[in-house]
Design a protein around this ligand. Structure first.
Ligand code: GLY
Length: 427
């Protein structure tokens, strides 16, 4: 195949990283993104009018107009809404699972059921329906905490999880989730350092990418509220040599097989979020798409052609793909967030600094262009990238770029990858 037209769905830093990787593949001749953002227009045709990414009809309308060889769906919301099903229904190759397989992220209860059937280690969990009595809620909290892990059963963009020692805070989150009509999942707390492992999955064929670690709390030293992720690094110097293979064998392959057995074979990116405890890797959560911001770091290390790789999954030929090749060294990404993130990020502040157009250093997660100026347009605004032969060098490169960027009220964590660099992570 030569000269592929590719449509990417989404608009954040993860999609900017996907576009950058796809643009670098000589297979790609024509790149589109919907809705995208103005910063993406240097490498792709942006379709801002197609902004209802969770509307299969609207995404299908654009695909019919463009006639892409491949559609890459970035976020979970369109996948859970059935956008991949609609596109596949028209014979279009899609990177991203169908709606029934996307339940691995869309319903935590479904994910728990799959894991139980596949014998995959995960936290003990109980579901509390919105009608649960105060007595039932109290008894359930007694069985689990402290520490309490309280999750919204549905999609909540990383903000639906509260992990706390404080019972009043745990109870308040139960009530808040019930108020919006969603069931709550209470879970036992999994100890141990976290790993994000992304796997390409095509039925029972599973190919892992480099392992990464995200930093979910808003502030240094893992303080403050949970966010979608404030920064990541890859690979993980503290992971045992067989760590990735163990996760593939103990977690990802059994889950992929179980989904095939249930008649909802997976095709796309399966993100296993794990805690590596005393007994090895245990699943904290699955996502049905690339993680954000880990992808920005992970894909920057990939030497194999991205379009060919994603197309192999989309066309059911992953098993025939050559082994993936990776750069040596480390990559770090640090999120520059807007004032007020995650509760109420302020939009519209101008961003200045060198490197705003250098995709090797800066990817745009939530920006717009107004009156010719780049302005903040989301909670997570920029993803700064750093690379180096060592983790220390990669961190230093990212922070040096950040120092040259100005965003009024903007903030970032100073300790992305710091514990690993200091050798403070052990398993
Ligand atoms: N980095 C966390 C996520 O993508 O859900």
């Amino acid at each position: 195949m030569w000269g592929m037209r590719i449509l990417v769905i989404g608009s954040g830093g993860r999609e900017h990283a996907l576009l950058k990787g796809l643009a670098a593949d000589k297979l790609t001749s024509d790149l589109h993104v919907a809705p995208g953002s103005p910063a993406m227009s240097t490498i792709a045709t942006v379709h801002p009018d197609y902004s209802k990414v969770d509307d299969p009809e609207q995404m299908l309308e654009l695909a019919r107009e463009l006639g892409p060889d491949l559609v890459v769906v970035g976020p979970e919301i369109p996948l859970v809404a059935g956008v991949a099903d609609a596109l596949r229904g028209e014979g279009i190759a899609v990177f991203g699972p169908n709606k029934d397989a996307a339940r691995i992220e869309g319903s935590k209860a479904f994910a728990k059921d799959v894991m139980a059937a596949a014998n995959v280690k995960t936290a003990r969990a109980e579901q509390l329906e919105p009608g649960a009595s105060q007595q039932d809620i109290d008894a359930a909290l007694d069985r689990f905490g402290p520490r309490y892990v309280v999750k919204d059963d549905g999609l909540a963009g990383g903000k639906g999880v509260v992990v706390t020692e404080d019972r009043a805070e745990a109870l308040a989150h139960v009530k808040a989730v019930h108020e919006i009509g969603s069931p709550v999942l209470l879970e036992s707390f999994l100890d141990g350092p976290e790993v994000s492992l992304f796997c390409l999955v095509d039925g029972e064929t599973v190919v892992p990418l480099l392992p990464a670690q995200d930093h979910k709390r808003a502030y240094d030293n893992d303080e403050g509220p949970n966010t979608g992720g404030m920064g990541a690094y890859t690979p993980l110097p503290w992971l045992p040599e067989d760590g990735v293979q163990r996760i593939v064998d103990e977690v990802c392959v059994p889950v992929a097989k179980e989904l095939v057995a249930r008649g909802c074979a997976y095709s796309g990116l399966l993100y296993a979020g794990l805690a590596w405890g005393k007994e090895g890797p245990a699943v904290v959560e699955f996502n049905c798409r690339f993680g954000d911001p880990e992808t920005q770091a992970v894909l920057s290390m990939l030497d194999s052609p991205l379009a060919e790789t994603l197309n192999a999954v989309a066309t059911g030929s992953l098993a025939e793909l050559a082994p993936l090749e990776w750069k040596d060294g480390y990559a770090v990404t640090v999120v520059l967030a807007a004032e007020g993130y995650p509760a109420s990020p302020r939009k519209g502040d101008p961003i200045t600094g060198a490197g705003l157009g250098d995709l090797d250093k800066v990817l745009h997660a939530g920006t717009n262009v107004m009156d010719g100026k780049v302005v903040a347009n989301g909670g997570r605004v920029l993803n700064i990238l750093g690379h180096g032969a060592t983790l220390a060098e990669a961190r230093a490169a990212a922070y040096e770029t950040l120092e040259g960027i100005e965003l009024d009220g903007g903030f970032y964590r100073k300790d992305i990858g710091q514990a690993a660099e200091d050798g403070r992570i052990s398993i």
